[in-house]
Structure formats: structure tokens, C-alpha cells
Design a binder for this molecule. Sequence first.
Ligand code: COA
Length: 165
Amino acid sequence: MPISTRTLSPADAPELDRIQALAYGDRLQEPADALLSKIALAPEFCFAIPADDNNERLAGYLLAHPWLADQSPGLARVLTELPENADALHLHDLAVDPACSGRGVASSLIAALVHAATTHGFELITLVAVQDAAPFWQKQGFRPLRPAEGYDEDAVFMERRLESA
Ligand SMILES: CC(C)(COP(=O)(O)OP(=O)(O)OC[C@H]1O[C@@H](n2cnc3c(N)ncnc32)[C@H](O)[C@@H]1OP(=O)(O)O)[C@@H](O)C(=O)NCCC(=O)NCCS
């Protein structure tokens, strides 16, 4: 399986839906328009890794967008604009097809985001860890800050500071 990363596009919507359904419990599923709004507003921070060479099936995807450092936008929200004074990148969603897990797909997507973040001058990435994923994120350099509301019960708001480019 290639670990090359490409930008997500609206044509990937069926694959986002397919992987979401495999990766998340019912309460964390989001409608396609909420996911597509991130791609529309911030395509340079939304990545996919194809599962095979024909590029149709995805192994995993990552959605991120500029946001305010101390806030999380919540689930199922269709974004219509980004804050003018955005001072962080918010990593909204990272999911890997379970058939492709444990092969570095998530790490490669995060590396692509970190590269894009530093290229665009961001020094902070934030996220909300759900489904007890905080230990995974700690391995990726994030630190837990506080509980987060509007996700699942044990959701944790986390951040990772980046070296400037
Ligand atoms: C969590 C998830 C993104 C990991 O994807 P993946 O492609 O299997 O991860 P990678 O292969 O890149 O693994 C990277 C490292 O994280 C570790 N890891 C993976 N899942 C982990 C978990 N749940 N807890 C702790 N560590 C974990 C791996 O062992 C690996 O460690 P290593 O570098 O020491 O070998 C994937 O399992 C997933 O999509 N889960 C469901 C959706 C989800 O919960 N997303 C996060 C929401 S905040």
C-alpha cells in the first residue's frame, strides 16, 4: 500500500462516509456537509492516503482548518467561514480504515499536516481526542489540556506546539 498523501476533494465524500462508519460509534458520526465544509474552506489542511494505486478507495483521511487556539468547533457543524484571527490549526478528524490500521497511515497524515502547518506559519495544532485516543495523540506530541464538551463522554482537548518554519 502506498503511503503517499494527497489533498482531499469533495469527490472523496463517499469514502469519508465509509471510513467514518467503520471508525466511529453512532454518536460521533457527522453528516457529509459538515466534513465537506472543512475541505471547501481549508483544502490545504485536508489530506487523504489512497488504499491502492487506482486512488478510489482511501486508507485514511485527516481534516483540519484554521481556528482559535482555545476553542473547539464541535461536531456536525457546517463551517461557513474561518475566524480572521485564527491562531491555531484545529485537527477536526483523523480516521483510518481498520483494514489498514497499524501501518503508519495516521502517522503519515499527521506528518503531512505538521508540514503544511509550519509552511503556513502556524505554531499550534489543537484537537479533541475521542474514543479514548488520548494516548495515541500523546505519542504524536500532543498534551492534554482539559475535558471537552459536545463530543463523547471522556473527550479531551489537546494541543501540540510546533517549531516555527
Ligand atoms: C487511532 C487511529 C487514527 C490510528 O491509526 P493507525 O494508522 O493505525 O496509526 P499508526 O499506524 O500511524 O500508528 C502510530 C502509532 O500510534 C500507536 N497507536 C495506534 N492506535 C493507538 C491507540 N488507540 N492508543 C495508543 N497508541 C496507538 C501505534 O501503535 C503506533 O505506535 P508506534 O509509532 O510506536 O509504532 C485509528 O486507529 C483510527 O482511525 N481509530 C478510530 C478513529 C479515531 O479514534 N480517531 C481519533 C479520534 S480523536
